[in-house]
Design a protein. Sequence first.
Length: 202
Amino acid sequence: MIFNSYTFLFFFVVVFSTYFFLDHKKQNRWLLLASYWFYAAWDWRFLSLIWISTGVDYFCGLKISQSDNAATRKRFLWISIIVNLTLLGFFKYCNFFVESLTQLLSLSALPVSFQSLNIILPVGISFYTFQTMSYSLDIYQRKVEPCRDFWDFALFVAFFPQLVAGPIERARNLIKQIQHPRILSLDQFYEGCFLIFWGLFQ
């Protein structure tokens, strides 16, 4: 599902219309469900990657915050970094390394070749990977407190307007907007419409 499509227009109208009939907590759950649906429309199998990043960084964020031991804090920060970069590196660079190794071995006249795995790069993986990782880093540096509500944190990771095209949002900016009730003014509505149509024009 891409932003400049009739499918997304229908999706957005349904999500936006339903949103206003819900209270704050249900609004967040509705936006999370809509975000997962939006991503699954491309390939539902890759939702598992978002869930892994969400679960790992939620857990690591809590552990980093709860501990005053420098070694423990650093251990859970490294867990977050390694898991996220492993997922990103595998899907983004595995084919490149396999092809490069095959070419290198062919130059040395060794009768060895590796079949390309044809791994598909999940849409938006760089954005949500670095976003969840920056959350753990911010907690480690004591710039933010961890999000205690798992579902609010999941929405921070998967929020569909910036899930596949960015920008990478810092936790101290977006999570606060998720956690507190939102009041939409007419001026904000007009400004949002202008930005949407200007983006489509560009």
